[in-house]
Write a protein that binds this ligand. Structure first.
Ligand code: 26V
Length: 819
């Protein structure tokens, strides 16, 4: 492997092997002679964890002694994936482990494949949290991640007869060798009940303390996973909470003979950490989700206040030593909970408590889609969190009064910045709560941040014009280049030196001149071919579809959502198919269209799009007239591990969301780093990628966010007219609508296609011709191999800015003030 400066010594290898065998024997209880591959995996993981632990403890001690400010990253999602290669590689032990195992006839690559993915997230937002944890450890920032230890992560996707089926995910079936259970670190979290003012604390609601007599207590138990940075720079903690029923409570009922009631109580309490919510589904069970949010926020805040008090003896300096980042509005109840803890529990005066709260919290927004903005019915809040609802009313009153004092009397404005929405039944707006309770609010790409200022938060922004800033997302290069693409990493190190691994943000640029060297381009292309061969084998094994590794691999992988426009790609696929059929002897560029992604279980249209992909795939792959010039593949169960295999094998990266709707995107950066060319709209971080990489080395098409908005405003967009104006599009739509790909059920796609014709909310038809032309340019460029690979090299060399180390440095300097 490239990561290690020198080959491992025999002593290192022998010592590691001894550690592994000792774990196998004494922790797992297996004789090496009879150990299964899984036993070996666990033994290696435990031995690796040991190597982190010393540094972890030293580090924790050091942070304490130096009195450093700590960062707390609160996130309902951490999409971690596998940890074995990640940890070994960051510790510089990957080769050591490989050789140590080879010595006992165990193949490292086989056992690392046995680790289940920790899929405690839905997509980009959760993966971002995982990349951030790794970058914070690399930069030596004292950070704690806080979240929920779900028994079941994101569902496993099975494809049956072309349709998605959701299966329960079971990552903990064989235990989790990375975590430390901390039964002694636990908090009791209350729900429901009533609120009483404490006697003698005054009648002014702002001055009186309250006692919350909650009705139901659920215990939060900590599970810690060490997170190691590059070259073992530092080790931080990811602390995930598990919900347990309070034993006494449940025993009382049991002893009283209410066995069923006791068990039901237990199940209700423990359901809180049972399963990850499908965040992009609108039909989610509301109450359980709110319970999850409050549960992990309350446990985390109590934990960090306890730590702070232990070390500093007072809460009055909280903002000086703690920075709490809210990952989206999911932990936004922290605003009210921190106020409650300060005022009711720690006796801090209201005004001071507010100052401390705002000074400590910051909030990141990850989407502007109106249906994705969290609001909670006031009735539900009152029932589940009565004291918090009071506090929210108080914050709101204080906020609206302050505005009136400043001379703001515009009723429309006051309504829009209120914490309570009055229009569709009374609801608490979590975005506004997070905004008001934070000293910094940020978006995740330049375009998205601009739109935040202009749309969802326009009024709050006018009142607090300095609060919103931009922090463009990034990705960790350790996982998304060094680990997932060792072939390319080796080539890069060979040309710009070992230093690349430590300073990719600057060193990658040194590749620029090599783009003009034919032999370098040839080697760049050769490593890609190798990755494509590996992927082609996987496609063959999993789906029985033969694809040619020399064909252009055109890849569209991400959650399935209408705004991400997988449908636009499918329309192009069918148009290409029809074009090839009408001229089978033509000089076509052989292509493999690769799709993967999960649809929310309740999202009917997204699931239909998966079925359509599979229907189109079957028809095209079976059609001898296209002679394999076009293949379509849908790889089931997209997850972090699959992404690590697909991305290094991609030639073309599809980032084609309706402009203005994708907040940032992060796979766009992963593809470019690995040298794929992007076909994309000017949306999210694509805009900044274009600035860094150069428009000549990407295929940008379609309407801009402004144009999309203007069309919506003018109410003049008519997809039907667009379709009439494009015979190619019309033919594609007619074929799908009339059952050309669904002979077994010819009407299957009627409503889907009619929806495009009558509504086309996501401007699929409007962008079709522009997309088609951009795809023609892709083909022209592919034919000119020198030009293609020159651009590919530039994509890798100019993506350094998208390192999550850069992103984290910006958070650390501008928001957290820890660097
Ligand atoms: C939520 C919902 C809920 C209701 C139905 C529609 C819908 C659609 C999307 C979402 C996602 C919410 C938050 C999220 O995951 N945002 C993603 O965050 C990434 C990291 O910042 C960013 O790269 C993606 O562009 C953004 O979609």
């Amino acid at each position: 492997m490239t990561q290690e400066t020198t080959a491992p010594t025999a002593e290192e290898v022998a010592a590691f092997r001894a550690n592994v065998i000792s774990k196998l024997t004494y922790s797992i209880g297996k004789d090496p002679e009879h150990a299964s591959d899984h036993d070996w995996f666990e033994a290696v993981a435990l031995a690796t964890r040991d190597r982190m632990t010393d540094e972890w403890m030293a580090r924790t001690r050091q942070v304490y002694q130096e009195g450093k400010k700590r960062v707390y990253y609160l996130s309902l999602e951490f999409l971690i994936g596998r940890l074995l290669t990640d940890s070994l590689s960051n510790l510089g032990l990957l080769e050591v482990a490989r050789e140590a195992l080879a010595g006992v006839d165990v193949d490292f690559d086989r056992i690392r494949g046995l680790e289940p993915d920790a899929a405690l997230g839905n997509g980009g937002l959760g993966r971002l949290a995982a990349c951030f944890m790794e970058s914070m450890a690399t930069l030596g920032i004292a950070a704690h991640g806080y979240g929920i230890r779900y028994d079941h992560g994101l569902f496993r996707q099975a494809i049956v007869d072309g349709w998605q089926h959701e299966q329960t995910e079971t990552w903990l079936n064989f235990g989790n060798p990375w975590e430390f259970e901390r039964p002694e670190v636990s908090y009791l979290i209350g729900f429901g009940g009533s609120v009483a003012a404490m006697p003698g604390t005054g009648s002014n609601p702002e001055q009186s303390r309250h006692f919350w007599h909650w009705a139901e207590g659920v215990r939060a138990i900590a599970y810690d996973t060490p997170v190691v940075g590059w070259r073992g720079a530092s080790v931080n903690t990811l602390r995930l909470w598990r919900a347990r029923a309070e034993a006494d409570f449940h025993l009382e009922r049991f002893n009283a003979g209410d066995h069923i009631g006791a068990v039901a109580e237990e199940a209700r309490a423990e359901s809180i950490s049972r399963v990850l919510y499908p965040a992009d589904s609108t039909e989610a069970g509301q109450e359980l989700r709110l319970r999850q949010e409050y549960f992990f926020v309350a446990a985390s805040l109590q934990d960090l206040l306890r730590r702070h008090l232990e070390q500093r003896g007072t809460l009055m300096n909280l903002p000086e030593f703690a920075a709490i980042q809210l990952n989206d509005t999911h932990p936004a109840i922290a605003v009210a909970e921190l106020m409650r803890l300060l005022v009711d529990v720690h006796d801090v005066p209201w005004r001071k408590a507010w100052e401390l709260t705002v000074g400590t919290l910051s909030y990141t927004n990850h989407t502007l889609l109106p249906e994705a903005l969290e609001t909670w019915p006031v009735g539900l809040m009152e029932r589940l969190l009565p004291r918090h609802m009071q506090i929210i009313y108080l914050i709101n009153a204080q906020h609206l009064d302050a505005l009136r004092e400043r001379g703001v009397h515009d009723l429309k404005l006051l309504r829009s910045v209120s914490l309570i929405e009055e229009d569709h039944g009374r609801r608490v707006r979590m975005g506004n709560l997070a905004f008001l309770g934070s000293h910094c609010v940020n978006g995740v790409s330049a375009l998205h941040t601009g739109l935040m200022r202009e749309t969802v938060f326009t009024d709050l922004h006018s009142l607090y014009p300095k609060r919103i800033s931009n922090k463009t997302n990034g990705i960790t290069f350790r996982r998304w280049l060094y680990q997932s693409n060792p072939q390319l990493t080796r080539l890069l190190v060979e040309h710009v030196g070992e230093e690349l691994l430590d300073a990719p943000e600057t060193m990658l640029r040194k590749l620029d001149p090599f783009a003009d060297q034919a032999d370098f381009r040839a080697r760049f292309a050769a490593q890609r071919l190798e990755n494509k061969q590996i992927l082609a084998r996987m496609i063959q094994d999993r789906l029985g579809i033969t694809v040619d590794p020399n064909a252009l691999f055109d890849v569209h992988v991400k959650r399935i959502h209408e705004y991400k426009r997988q449908l636009l790609n499918l329309l192009h696929t069918v148009a290409l198919y029809q074009a090839i059929r009408s001229d089978p002897g033509g000089n076509w560029v052989p292509r493999v269209k690769i799709f993967a992604g999960k649809a929310a279980a309740s999202y009917h249209t997204a699931k239909l799009i998966i079925k359509l992909t599979n229907d189109i795939a079957r028809t095209i792959n079976d059609d001898p007239t296209v002679r394999g010039l076009l293949k379509v593949v849908f790889l089931p169960n997209y997850n972090v591990s699959l992404a690590e295999r697909i991305i290094p094998a991609a030639d073309l990266s599809e980032q084609i969301s309706t402009a203005g709707l994708e907040a940032s995107g992060t796979s766009n950066m992963k593809f470019a780093l690995n040298g794929a060319l992007t076909i994309g709209t000017l949306d999210g971080a694509n805009v900044e990628m274009c600035e860094q990489i150069g428009a000549d080395h990407m295929f940008i098409f379609g309407m801009t966010a402004q144009e999309v908005e203007a069309r919506k405003q003018a109410n003049e967009y008519n997809a039907e007219a667009t379709i009439i104006g494009s015979p190619r599009l019309n033919e594609v739509l007619m074929a799908i609508r009339n059952g050309a790909f669904s002979a077994d059920d010819p009407a299957r796609y009627t409503a889907l296609i009619d929806g495009l014709k009558w509504h086309d909310t996501f401007m699929v038809c409007a962008d079709f011709e522009s997309y088609w032309k951009a795809q023609l340019e892709v083909e022209a460029r592919w034919r000119d191999a020198d030009s293609w690979w020159r651009s590919a090299v530039f994509n890798t060399s100019r993506t350094g800015w998208f390192s999550s180390d850069r992103t984290i440095r910006e958070y650390a300097e501008e928001i957290w003030k820890v660097l």
